[in-house]
Design a protein around this ligand. Structure first.
Ligand SMILES: [Zn+2]
Length: 195
C-alpha cells in the first residue's frame, strides 16, 4: 500500500516494508530524506547519491568552490617562491608549508576522505598555459587570456546531484560546469591534462 500526501512544500510517500513497518519518504523540494517511523531515525543503508541529496546543493557547491579557491591561493603562494612561477607537481609538495589543512582537499559533498581534486597540468607554468590557450582557443598568443580560461584544478567526480563539476581557473575563480556543457567547455583543455 502506498499513500501519497503532497503539498506545495513537502511530499511524503508512506509505504509498508517487508516487516510491516511504515516507511516514510519525505521529499522537500530537492532534498530526499528517508526515515523509519518506528525508530524515527534516518534509514542508514542509503546509496551515496541519495546521501548527497540530503545536503543543500547550493551550499555544498559554494563550500567546494571555497576549497578550490583556497588551493588556488596555496598555488599562488607556492609559485611566488619558485623560479619560473610554476605550480606544484602534486598536493604533497605544498604540505604542510603552504597547505596546512588537508581537509580542503576533500570535497564536502562526498565526505569519503579521499582527495577530491585533480591538478590538470602539474608542475606547469605560465608559458605552458599560454601554449594550451592558443591551441585550444585557436587565437594568436597576444590575445592570451589564460587567467579566466585555462583550468587549474577540477573535481574528480560529480559530487552534487546537480550533475556537473567545479573547476578552478588560473585567475583563481571557481565555476560549476554542468555535465552537459563539460565536453564543449572542458574537453579541449582535458586533452592536454597529464593524467
Ligand atoms: Zn565538490
Amino acid at each position: 500500500m502506498v499513500l501519497r500526501l503532497a503539498n506545495s512544500e513537502y511530499e511524503f510517500v508512506l509505504s509498508a516494508n517487508k516487516d510491516g513497518r511504515i516507511v516514510v519518504e519525505e521529499e522537500p523540494s530537492q532534498k530526499l530524506v528517508k526515515y523509519d517511523s518506528g525508530t524515527k531515525t534516518p534509514i542508514k543503508n542509503y546509496p551515496s547519491a541519495d546521501d548527497v541529496g540530503v545536503t543543500d546543493n547550493a551550499r555544498h557547491r559554494a563550500s567546494c568552490q571555497n576549497n578550490m579557491k583556497q588551493l588556488g591561493l596555496v598555488f599562488k603562494m607556492y609559485a611566488n617562491e619558485q623560479i619560473n612561477e610554476y605550480i606544484p607537481g602534486g598536493f604533497r609538495q605544498v604540505y604542510p608549508e603552504y597547505l596546512s589543512d588537508l581537509n580542503i582537499l576533500i570535497c564536502p559533498g562526498l565526505r569519503d576522505g579521499k582527495v577530491g581534486y585533480q591538478i590538470l597540468y602539474p608542475a606547469s607554468n605560465d608559458g605552458f598555459w599560454r601554449e594550451i590557450f592558443t591551441k585550444v582557443e585557436r587565437l594568436p598568443a597576444d590575445e592570451y587570456q589564460y587567467q579566466s580560461t585555462v583550468p587549474w584544478i577540477i573535481e574528480k567526480v560529480s559530487c552534487s546531484n546537480e550533475k556537473g563539476r567545479n573547476v578552478l581557473f588560473v585567475d583563481g575563480h571557481a565555476e560549476h560546469i554542468k555535465d552537459k556543457d563539460w565536453d564543449i567547455k572542458m574537453g579541449p583543455y582535458m586533452e592536454y591534462a597529464y593524467n
